[in-house]
Design a protein around this ligand. Sequence first.
Ligand SMILES: [Zn+2]
Length: 133
Amino acid sequence: MTERELMQAAQDARKNSYSPYSHFCVGAALVTKSGKLYTGCNIENAAYPATVCAERTALFKAVSEGERAFQMLAVVGGKEGETAEFCSPCGVCRQALAEFCPPDFPVLLGTPAHFEKYTLGELLPHSFTSENF
Ligand SMILES: [Zn+2]
């Protein structure tokens, strides 16, 4: 799977966003080291703290099915009904990713047409991990 295809998978996952409160739709696509794809969207709740982001939806789907080794993540987001814009993972998602992914784990942000590649270490420097125990 190419980086552009992974971004397109995140864009497609964005269509399933349940975001009646923020009207901000996010999709994420996570590919495992074995090449399996897991996608997610943000899922909001009337009780706001019960909301979950697209990135954690994809990650938890994968982990709940036994996956532990990941190759790359793509995130696409923006206001409902508009072309996606640059959307960066929130701090909670960065921390959740750091549980399973090393600092050099690539994260693609932007749109399928134009995206940038970051590392998880750039997005979450000095993260708290199991090595801190
Ligand atoms: Zn998040």
